[in-house]
Design a binder for this molecule. Structure first.
Ligand SMILES: [Zn+2]
Length: 372
């Protein structure tokens, strides 16, 4: 360990440096993470000339136990040293030295202890919503009232949503990350997006979904907060600004459909995400129905596609097992509920008539209790 500093820094064993480097933390510092959770975290490709719309970098351990990253859309890959070389433009020895310094390794001093690395899959999901989510919702709500929110306002109006519905549901406009900075874990902001706040049954803000206006350009349709900021409630209760109908609760696929139904006087809840609903979703719906009083039925308004059928096929038996056998309605002509509402001025009366003619929960529809 004698000689100049320059010589010393060449004495680091790569393994010693890598053992003291948490690649997920380094990726957070040098690449852009997304909110992807569940099947592991993702980052956008750190290569400056690779503009991956979908975050395409994941982490894995090689056979020697070393953490490595790989960009699945561009074939780029490496370990922590490669990442530093790529992002910071350092030579290999320089990158190793930089990582060693970052890990608290100094020449002529004992090596710092190796800290046990948390694997990305072990990121602890939040139990309650982080205040950053509410701040994001408010910021986007302010934007939608300005000229910068005009595009989103017109997009929403084009889907038939009224200003009253937009205001009552605190829908906002995310102008994208180039115009609105945000902390890690919030919706990424790959482009202009409409923000749909998600409310629990009591009307408390619980979550938010950002819907990109140009899903192709953004590389995805929806962005959600990271699980570390807010648990995904899977259900969003739409706020209605009109007199409510005497009708069962409608479960719709996604918030735009749920808002469309709420605007027409139906009590409605949106099912979030592409995953099939599970026992937890069914239990929360059943609890809500129990609280609505006896005889309050539920109707699943499902899209005429395989995903819609899967919702009916999984949620139907689960709800039935919990004492709330649902009826199932599918909009006509291969339309989803929002499209139906825009193509047929009488859609809501037709839907209501259709529901009345159904026999949900094994009861005659005439047994449905009126609102009190
Ligand atoms: Zn790449």
């Amino acid at each position: 360990m004698a000689g100049s500093t320059y010589d010393r820094r060449r004495t680091w064993r790569i393994d010693d440096v890598l053992d003291r480097t948490d690649l997920s933390v380094l990726l957070d510092e040098l690449a852009t993470s997304t909110n992807r959770t569940g099947s592991g975290r993702r980052w956008h490709c750190p290569l400056p000339d690779h503009d991956d719309h979908r975050a395409s970098v994941t982490m894995y351990r090689d056979r020697r136990g070393h953490e490595r990253w790989r960009c699945w859309s561009g074939g780029h890959r490496g370990d922590a040293v490669d990442l530093v070389m790529t992002v910071m433009g350092r030579e290999r020895a320089d990158a190793v030295d930089w990582l060693a310094g970052r890990a608290g390794m100094t020449p002529d001093a004992p090596l710092p202890a190796v800290r046990k690395k948390r694997t990305p899959r072990q990121a602890t999901p939040a139990i309650v919503m982080d205040p950053a989510v509410a701040n994001y919702v408010d910021a986007c709500r302010r934007v939608i009232a300005t000229r910068g929110g005009r595009q989103v306002r017109e997009w929403l109006r084009g889907r038939g949503l009224t200003d009253e519905t937009i205001t009552a549901n605190r829908i906002g406009a995310d102008p994208g990350r180039s115009l609105m900075r945000r902390q890690r874990g919030l919706p990424f902001g790959a482009g202009t997006a409409a923000t749909f706040p998600i409310f629990d049954p009591n009307g408390n803000l619980a979550y938010v979904q950002s819907r990109y206006l140009d899903a192709d350009a953004a590389g995805r349709k929806y962005d959600n907060p990271a699980a570390s900021l807010a648990p995904n409630p899977r259900l969003g209760f739409a706020v209605s600004t009109v007199e409510l109908r005497d009708a069962p609760l409608l479960l719709c696929e996604g918030m735009p459909d749920a808002l469309t139904a709420a605007q027409a006087g139906f009590q409605s809840v949106g099912l979030l995400g592409a995953h099939a609903p599970d026992e937890a979703v069914a239990a929360r719906l059943a609890n809500h129905l129990d609280g609505m009083g006896t005889g309050h039925g539920i109707v699943l308004v499902t899209d005429p596609d395989p995903a819609g059928r899967r919702v009916a096929e999984t949620l139907g038996p689960l709800l039935t097992g919990l004492g709330h056998e649902p009826a199932v309605v599918t909009p006509p002509d291969d339309l989803d509920l929002n499209e139906w509402s825009r193509s047929d001025p009488d859609w809501s009366e037709r839907l209501h008539d259709q529901i009345k003619g159904l026999d949900p929960a094994g009861r005659g529809s005439e047994e449905l209790q009126p609102e009190r």
